[in-house]
Structures are given as C-alpha cells and as structure tokens.
Design a protein around this ligand. Structure first.
Ligand code: COS
Length: 381
C-alpha cells in the first residue's frame, strides 16, 4: 500500500504548516492560559478552508482524501493541539458523517455551512455512566408524531460550546442495547437542549469540552442520520477515522516536543559543552526521532487504508495506540531534557506534556484500542 505524500498532498500539508507557524504556534500558550480559542483565528481558518478539508467539493469543501487530511492535521497539531482537536473532530467525525450517511436534504442543509466553518460540528457519544462501554448509553429518544423526544445527559463533548450542530447518539430501543442506538442531528438552540459546564482539563485546555443536557427536547424525525437503531455502527465506523486523527494529533505534538528538545539541547551548555553532545541526551533524541517516524508511518498507513475505502479498525487502533503512547514517551523525554525549565510554563514543552495525555484516553482509551486490535487479529483480519 502506497502512503507516500504526492506533490499535491505535500502542498496541502505545507499550507497547514504555514498557517500553524504563523497563526497557531505564537498564540497556543496564551490560549491554553485563557482556556479558549480566539474566534478570529477560527474564522480565519474557516476562510482558508481548514474546516472543509474532507467535505466534498460539490458542497463547498476541498474534497480531500484521509491521507492528505491526516498530514494537514499533524501540522495543525504541531502548532496547537487544541485548535487541531477542534478542526479534527469537526472534520473526521461530523463532516464525514454527513457526507457518508446523510440524506441529500441533510447534506444540502449542513455541509456547506460545515465546510466554511460558519457552523462547527460536535460528536456526542459518551455519557456520565457510559464511556468505554459506549453501547450502554442511556439518553433516550422516543418517537412521538414527527419528532423524537430526547431526555438525558451527554458528556465529554469536544467543541461543545462552539458547535452549531451536534451528532447525538441516543437509545431508541433500550431493550436492544447497542443495536437500539440511533444518531440524531441536533441543532443548537432547540428548546430543552442546554449546554452544561465547561470542563477544566489538564491539557488541550483551549478546546471547549462540555456536558449536554436534554430535557424532553423535541428533535424532528427528519434529523435522524442513517437508519433507526443503526446508530452504533455509524458511531464506530466514524471513530475509525477519528482515531486516525488522534494519531495525527499525537504525531504533531511529539514533533513539536522533539523540535523544542533538540534546539534546547543544542543551546543549553553544562560541563563546558552543549548537552546535545552527551550520549545520554543523544539516546533520548534517537528514541524520540525513531518513535515519531514509526508513529507517522502507522498513521499514514491507516489513513491510506481508509482512503481506499477498506475497513480499517485494526489499523486505526494501532495508529492511535502507537502514536499516543509514543507521543507521551516523547514529551516525557523532551521535558526531561529541559530539566527544571521543562516544568514551568515559560517553555512550550510543559503544555505539550499536558496536551499529549488526552490522546491515550479520548476517542477510546489505549485499553480499548488493544481490545479492538486483539479482536481483529484473532479473527485473522
Ligand atoms: N465499523 C463498523 N461497524 C462496527 C465497527 C466499526 N469500526 N465496530 C463495531 N461495529 C459493529 C459490529 O460489527 C457489530 O455489528 P453487528 O451488530 O452486526 O454484529 C456492532 O457494531 C457491535 O459491535 P461490538 O460487538 O464490537 O460492540 P461492543 O459493545 O463489544 O463494543 C467497543 C465495542 C468496546 C470497541 C466499543 O464500544 C468502543 O469503541 N468503545 C469505546 C468508545 C469510545 O471510543 N468512546 C469515545 C467517544 S469520543 S470522546
């Protein structure tokens, strides 16, 4: 399978890199402190097309394949993982959902606004008592005439406070567990739908993560995405792509930490010479470089498989698991190379250390990725 970037793919990656260098990297530390992203940066990203990378061209997007998108996501994350998380969830989980499962009317209504960034998307599967066991979710949606009446609480919703459209997974047939889940396209502002508290997170602090509360909220029947009770497979198949995005985010964070550590090691002098000349530092640099490379290759392989239209659950889980584990090792060593300076907010590596941790948890913990890989491997896939 070929997953080298072509010239056209490289151009997109370089555009993302340029935007990250100019607009994301300089602001990332302040946004982390503020626990918010400036609306003007989101608006500019929208104008430049970053919210529509994966949206088909007929709906105003760039219609790019997953390999190109993942290369762009890595670069955005290298500038600000919190910003990339916003664009990544929007693209890989929401735009893809509409493009793949939407009716012609749903596509016409939402995709152009999602592509321009005028409307940001959010994906809402988890609940306070249903995380890894996603099929046990309790938020209920009962058909009543032309609408579903939705009641319950969702949690950990990335982009919660920014989104205009929420993909909400609900139970439409509680007795059928995961085979009784449906996906609804819920517009912000519907009566009975309120945003809950914004989470105070360890990392990715500039991203807006919320709870959602539904109290007898009426959602039009026409807002059902895909088939009734067919939502769990939608949720899972979208997460295959989402997990490749988390892998790309991890590679971007790790690359940024590597660059910080390498330049610090060359500048910092101890015992009369730059610490980069000490072999114990070089061993860390070598391991960091190797792990980043290996992670990038796994992410690109998974993205290429997704681009080919093949089921890529195993490859996506491997990419996410390996890349997020590697990123956490890399930020650990990068902080160690900085010594005391790595432990304070003056240097970016402190934020990168915190940002990397989320990858081992969200969109499926490392334990769940191992479970998926083992299941697929034992089935001979
Ligand atoms: N693509 C398409 N279909 C999929 C799929 C995928 N990637 N993964 C599972 N399915 C299908 C299965 O084929 C099965 O279909 P049938 O009903 O026809 O047999 C159905 O979905 C149920 O799958 P499964 O039996 O594997 O479900 P489990 O309840 O055992 O759960 C795990 C599987 C644990 C893998 C799933 O719940 C999971 O990924 N949990 C983590 C959730 C998560 O990542 N949350 C983060 C949300 S974003 S913050």
């Amino acid at each position: 399978m070929d997953f080298e970037l072509t010239e056209a793919m490289t151009e997109v990656r370089d555009a993302a890199r340029a935007f990250a260098e100019k607009r994301l990297k300089p602001g990332a530390a302040a946004w982390d402190e503020d626990e918010a992203m400036p609306p003007e940066v989101l608006a500019e990203a929208g104008r430049l097309g970053f919210f529509g990378l994966s949206v088909p061209e007929e709906f105003g997007g760039a219609g790019l394949d997953p390999l190109t998108v993942s290369a762009a996501m890595e670069e955005l994350a290298r500038g600000s993982a919190a910003f990339q998380g916003c664009v990544g969830v929007h693209g890989s989980l929401v735009c893809t959902a509409l493009a793949r499962f939407g009716t012609p009317e749903q596509k016409r209504r939402w995709l152009p606004r999602l592509a321009s960034g005028e409307c940001i998307g959010a994906y809402s599967l988890s609940e306070p008592s249903s995380g890894s066991d996603a099929g046990s979710l309790k938020t209920s949606a009962v058909l009543d005439g032309d609408s579903f009446v939705v009641t319950g609480t969702k949690s950990w919703v990335s982009n919660g406070g920014l989104a205009g459209l929420f993909l909400v997974f609900v139970s439409t047939s509680p007795a059928s567990a995961s085979r009784g889940i449906s996906c609804l396209l819920v517009e912000k502002g519907l009566p009975g739908f309120t945003l809950g508290k914004k989470e105070k997170k360890l990392g990715l602090r500039a991203s807006d993560t919320r709870e959602l509360a539904f109290s007898a909220c009426r959602v039009p029947r026409a807002a059902l995405l895909g088939s009734l009770n067919g939502g769990f497979k939608i949720a899972m198949s979208l997460l295959d792509g989402g997990r490749i995005g988390i892998g790309a985010q991890a590679v971007g964070i790790a690359q940024a930490a590597f660059e910080e550590a390498a330049s610090y090691a060359k500048a910092r002098r101890q015992f009369g010479k730059p610490i980069a000349e000490f072999q114990l530092i070089q061993a860390k640099i070598a391991d960091m470089a190797m792990n980043i490379d290996a992670a990038r290759l796994l992410v690109r392989r998974a993205a290429a498989r997704l681009a080919a239209g093949a089921r890529c659950s195993k490859e996506a889980s491997m990419a996410k698991l390996f890349a997020t584990t590697a990123a956490n090792r890399v930020v650990y060593d990068a902080l160690q190379i900085h010594g005391g300076n790595g432990y304070v907010r003056e240097y970016p590596v402190e934020r990168l250390f915190r940002d990397a941790r989320a990858g081992e948890i969200y969109e499926g913990t490392s334990e769940i990725q191992r479970l998926i890989i083992a299941r697929e491997a034992l089935r001979g896939r």
